[in-house]
Design a protein around this ligand. Sequence first.
Ligand SMILES: [Mn+2]
Length: 330
Amino acid sequence: MTSHKEQLEAMKVWLDNALAAGAVPVVTGQNGDMDTVGSAVALSSYHSGMLSCGLHLGRVAKKMVSKYDAPFRKITEKGTAWPQHMGGIVIVDAGSPDQVGFDLPDVPLLVIDHHATNGWDLKEEDLMLQWDVRATTEIITQFLSNHAPNCLSTNVRKMLLAGLITDTGRFKHADHSSFNTASLLLEDTKIDYAEFSEHLEKEQTNPSERGSLLRGMARSKIHAAGDWSLVTTYAGTLEGRLASMLLGVGSDVTLVSRFRDGSTRLTARATRNATLRGVHLGKIMQAVAQQHGGEGGGHDGAAGWTGEIDRIRAESSFIAHLTLQKELNE
Ligand SMILES: [Mn+2]
């Protein structure tokens, strides 16, 4: 294992070589969350031959991209016209090729990620930075600050900070390194952190979404899953938000399922206390995928699975695998 500093140097070499050969798109994970979009937009400021692009902008990312007029190109699953001369592709914050959502062209890849589980199969000309940090924007911040400090404009800092704030749940899941990153991003700027985070986190829901969240809560069920307390429910939208809200009830783990167009999606959240006591949702979602197919993975405290079995079987599988995770003894 090489040091983070050496990995950032290797990343610079990879980027400079790729940019000498042609354009280098920076592709986001298909969920379009603020961490993946903020990482892509910020990294693209490194060189005019780079452009951030992806399938989807999540709601926070959409708000930030439009407010700061950030360069981001939406692409479609099929028929994307890639630049004729491409030196490579950077993929940020996607734990596996499936999380990109479309087939990547056959060029050298640079994968930058912080997921605990990973499904990338790399070739010799590819490079991966997979760090145990709370947000991918932490890795991008380190890269720009070491190798292109001039790129850290106020707007680029805001994109990076926004990814850090959202992926740490407004620093609730932060660690030493995330605070260091935040401090570095705020240094010598006029960013008013409190105002910025308030704007970022302001939840906008329309009446139909509010209804959906409330119905999801009303349908919730309490389970005992071995050493863990669990709340489950199903919803048609905003599953991640609902799962996080339900943690407020006081259980260790929450699971929200959704069935639409023949496919089932599981979204789970765990408290920090539960992950410290041994819960790893990313591993559970991988186990669900091993048992029933589909795609699953993520972090210890936030993870998901998508596949073809019905909602009830998917939920049962999750509960069975959660039950198998034993509480660690102090
Ligand atoms: Mn992330």
